[in-house]
Design a protein around this ligand. Structure first.
Ligand code: ADE
Length: 267
């Protein structure tokens, strides 16, 4: 089956960098946010800047599915590390996503989505495998030339580790005090962000496959906001671009290719 691919970034800095790579770009008016449609490595892509948080991610994902008819969604963005072995610049591919702020106790267990009866939502196996092999290739081949020595030194960037595991989502920027609690409650969680599980829930409800790729921007500690902001401004766009560039050029199945025909409402 051939289909369109939704590339969703919470932040403008990443979405703009990625949208610049599209050939024959075409702007869509959708939810009053930045959405660009075009071709990238012969894949028909829709790049959306969803905005931060679960509501924005859920609305954005549903709009990608309904208005743009995407058949797969990749969420690409930053995350705060929970696993102490993760360093800034490492890459996490989610195998499951958990809403750490969803608490309907005593009616349901902590993090259970009542109507679905699920504590977590799994990502699509083949999409996450494609994402993993793209991230591994980035680490092994692309990373050395991706950033200047000055940027690598300033951010302490080393050849990234690539890890697959559980990712937490919630409507909070986690820094300092909240981190220990999350580590205790979710000892296997690799990192925390603000959109993935919401996009995953919407994708599940629509039977659309999803993968979530996160680059560690901070350690969810007292310095998180400074690390996050610097990383976002100077590193994130290039990282997100390189990941998707490798994913689309070498790792995603040919089944997702399609002739480019602009869709949706036009500005
Ligand atoms: N995204 C990047 N860093 C984060 C943090 N510390 N908390 C939540 N989302 C994040």
């Amino acid at each position: 089956m051939m289909m369109k691919i939704g590339l969703m970034c919470p932040m403008k800095e990443e979405a703009e960098f990625i949208a610049k790579q599209l050939e024959r770009p075409h702007r869509l008016k959708l939810l009053g946010t930045q959405v660009q449609e075009g071709m990238w490595h012969n894949f028909h892509c829709i790049v959306m800047q969803s905005g931060l948080g679960k509501v924005a991610a859920a609305a954005g994902t549903q709009a990608l599915i309904d208005t743009c008819q995407v058949g797969a969604v990749f969420v690409v963005g930053l995350a705060g590390a929970l696993d102490p072995a993760l360093r800034i610049g490492d890459i996490v591919i989610a195998d499951e996503l958990i809403q750490h702020d969803l608490d309907v106790r005593p009616l349901f267990d902590y993090t259970v989505i009542p109507d679905l009866g699920l504590k977590s939502i799994e990502t699509d196996r083949s999409l996450r495998q494609a994402a993993f092999s793209a991230a591994e290739e980035l680490a092994k081949k692309r990373f050395p030339t991706l950033f200047s020595e000055e940027v690598k030194t300033r951010f302490g960037l080393l050849i990234p580790q690539v890890k697959v595991g559980p990712v937490l989502t919630g409507d909070q920027f986690v820094s300092g005090d909240g981190t220990g609690r999350l580590r205790q409650l979710f000892p296997k969680a690799l990192c925390v962000e603000m959109e993935g599980a919401a996009a995953a829930q919407v994708c599940l409800m629509n039977s659309v496959p999803l993968a979530v790729l996160r680059v560690i921007s901070d350690r969810a500690d007292h310095k998180a906001q400074f690390d996050f902001t610097g990383f976002l401004n100077e590193v994130a766009g290039k990282y997100g671009f390189a990941l998707l560039d490798l994913l689309l050029s070498r790792h995603l199945s040919e089944d997702f290719r399609e002739d480019y025909r602009p869709s949706g409402r036009q500005r």
